[in-house]
Design a protein around this ligand. Structure first.
Ligand code: MG
Length: 368
């Protein structure tokens, strides 16, 4: 077998800076993993956050994991099924982003070799996936309302607004007053404690779809206590980082909805395992994003065609965040707010080689 792998580090500018605690990010960096086997190429994407504020992984550390541990493992086992590979990779590397990148490339390669769409390999069927928009923290109420109005006009099927202490009830009330009974939810990104329960009790009056991650990642018992006091379902995001963590959430009743992020949990196989855990327990599900570029987003959308993904995804149009993307065509929503998977093998989207070299800032080819 003739196998080699290539890592491409890419940087694509954002439309607007993404604000994080350690500063402001203006460029989206990702690592595109290319696996080549007997003349067929498969692509995956490792998309760690730009700094270690969310998890210890960064583009630099994920690159090292891929170069030193994961790619050498694949080169020694190039025909392993991605599902089997996923199980082994958990022993090889602790970095879920790097594992997701390699496993994604492995699924892509398999689907191209079999000439089948990825959703079929994942045991699903083709269907349009509804997309929701996520709107960050805003300085003024008018600015927020302007954005909500603009994205609703584009067709997005639900609106998620970020909240934090001091910016919670007011923005929700303002959006409800201006836009009425639209599908609306909030994401607190773990910014509250159980002592803030009154905020969520008050928000209960606004008929929100869910409260995403109100409490700290590890505050599972407290989240269960909070959920008992609320009518609105809690959605686990940061706290659902692995099948074991989800098991604990289910055991305690700490959430009724699950945001599944393929990158955070280490690839499509683990994500599907968590999806199965969730639906067995009667939980609602939806597909989240970090957000990744199109290579990873397109593959994740195939997972989101499974029936139990019953809320809109956070995957948005490519142009929502990035000035460009590597895939052809770009991700787009239709006027009704749905993403459609194109015909063709694997994800249905193709990596544009010209763009891959245009946005590439580093590269490395590895052979057995
Ligand atoms: Mg979230």
């Amino acid at each position: 077998m003739n196998a080699y792998a290539e890592l491409h580090r890419v940087a694509i500018p954002l439309h607007e800076p993404f604000r994080i605690s350690s500063g402001s990010v203006e460029v989206k960096e990702s690592i595109i993993v290319e696996l080549s086997l007997d003349g067929v190429a498969g692509f995956g994407e490792a998309s760690p956050m730009p700094g270690p504020f969310y998890s210890p992984e960064t583009p630099d550390s994920s690159w090292r994991e891929l170069e030193q541990r994961l790619i050498p493992y694949w080169l020694a086992n190039p025909s392993a099924h991605p599902e089997e590979l996923a199980t082994r990779l958990e022993e090889v590397s602790p970095d879920p982003f790097a594992r997701a990148g390699l496993e994604g490339a492995c699924w892509d390669l398999l689907a191209r070799r079999l000439n089948r769409p990825l959703f079929e390999l994942l045991g699903s069927r083709r269907r349009p996936v509804p997309s929701g928009v996520a709107i960050g923290l805003h300085d003024t109420r008018e600015e927020l309302l302007e954005r909500v109005g603009r994205f609703l006009a584009e067709g997005y099927r639900r609106v998620k607004i970020k909240i934090q202490p001091g910016w919670d009830i007011e923005p929700v009330r303002a959006v409800r007053e201006r836009f009425g009974p639209i599908p609306l939810m909030v994401d607190a990104n773990a910014a509250y404690t159980l002592a803030d329960a009154a905020v969520f009790e008050e928000l209960d009056r606004f008929d929100l779809m869910m409260y995403e991650q109100p409490l700290a990642k590890g505050a599972i018992e407290e989240a269960a206590e909070l959920q008992r006091r609320l009518r609105t379902p809690i959605c686990a995001d940061e706290s659902a980082e692995s099948p074991a963590a989800l098991e604990e959430i289910l055991r305690l009743g700490a959430a009724r909805i699950l945001n599944i992020k393929v990158q955070r949990v280490g690839g499509l196989a683990v994500a599907r395992r968590m999806y199965q855990q969730a639906i067995r327990a009667g939980m609602g599900c939806w597909l989240g994003t970090m957000p990744e570029l199109g290579v990873a987003s397109a593959q994740a959308l195939h997972l989101a065609t499974l029936d139990g993904f019953n809320y809109p995804t956070d995957v948005e149009a490519s142009r929502r965040w990035f000035v460009d993307d590597l895939i052809e065509p770009l991700l787009e929503i239709d006027r009704e707010g749905y993403l459609h998977i194109p015909d063709g093998p694997a994800s249905g989207w193709a990596v544009d080689r010209e763009k891959l070299s245009r946005y590439r800032v580093a590269g490395l080819r590895l052979r057995p």
